[in-house]
Design a protein around this ligand. Structure first.
Ligand SMILES: [Zn+2]
Length: 276
């Protein structure tokens, strides 16, 4: 009898732990977050090789996922418009130029959608090549071109400052100017924000509530952090400003990618540490 109970108990406990870590993986929404997609830079924490990105898109296509826009999520939550059977959201942060040169051709080839949380003050125009290295971020015209079909935009601050270091008044002003800047550039955006440096006031719930108030004041109805978990699909009111994304590390193997996509990367990393 003991020989049955022990393995069964082990399986049940494993399942519960995995469920708690991975979120509702049977019907959850995976939201992936990438940064740079590059055929010239070496893959690292923030850089996925273009050839590997192609494999990612091949994989999700083969597995029957349908990529969705931010507006699809908004329509689903607010208007009850159904999502495709296996929805998946691809997001990229910051608006690096390779999103145009390397990612966009792949999006067209695989007929996929992506969403870029763009740093408004980094968008380059002939008169302003930005505060960082020249050519590092998308040009205004490039940003406008790709959002005609395969890309939507969300907000990601004016100059990528960490809101941890700003006062409430400065955060309010940052939200205002970043929206204004995108309006001036003619770049449309959804009412969705991604916390820069993934900082969302986890340890200061009083300031978090105040920041939520500022986001709402500026019309932001959804916000993403990075939690390496899937999102529940019934998106509760309380979680709309704390949605999860799964970080796409450029050094992941395809096997790790598949684990991450299913919301299991954290538990697999913890298991690895324990087993070491
Ligand atoms: Zn960022």
């Amino acid at each position: 009898m003991v020989y049955i109970i022990i393995p069964v108990a082990f399986l049940v406990i494993t399942f519960i732990v995995m469920y708690l870590y991975a979120g509702p993986f049977f019907k959850g929404l995976p939201v992936l977050v990438y940064h740079k997609i590059s055929s010239t830079k070496k893959p690292d924490f923030l850089t996925v090789a273009t050839s590997r990105m192609r494999e990612h898109l091949e994989y999700i296509t083969k597995k029957g996922y349908t990529t969705i826009f931010l507006s699809d999520l908004v329509d689903y939550v607010e208007n009850g418009k159904p999502l495709p059977k296996k929805p998946l959201m691809i997001t990229l942060d910051d608006g690096f130029r390779d999103n145009y040169t390397d990612l966009y051709p792949l999006l067209k080839e695989f007929n996929c959608k992506a969403n870029i949380f763009i740093v408004a003050g980094f968008v380059q125009t002939p008169g302003n090549m930005g505060p960082r290295a020249e050519g590092e971020f998308m040009l205004q015209e490039e940003a406008k071109t790709i959002c005609k079909d395969h890309v939507q935009y969300g907000l990601h601050t004016m100059y990528h400052k960490n809101y941890h270091d700003l006062t409430l008044q400065e955060i309010d002003e940052d939200m205002r100017v970043s929206k204004q800047k995108l309006d001036e550039l003619g770049i449309p955006y959804q009412p969705v924000f991604a916390y820069s440096w993934a900082y969302y006031f986890k340890d200061d719930l009083v300031k978090q509530a105040e920041v939520f108030g500022i986001l709402k004041k500026h019309g932001v109805r959804y916000a993403f952090k990075v939690g390496d978990r899937l999102n529940r699909l019934r998106v509760h009111n309380s979680s709309r400003l704390l949605l999860n994304r799964i970080h796409m590390n450029g050094s992941y193997s395809m096997w790790q990618y598949a684990i991450a996509l299913n919301g299991f990367i954290r538990i697999s990393q913890r298991l690895k540490k324990i087993l070491k």
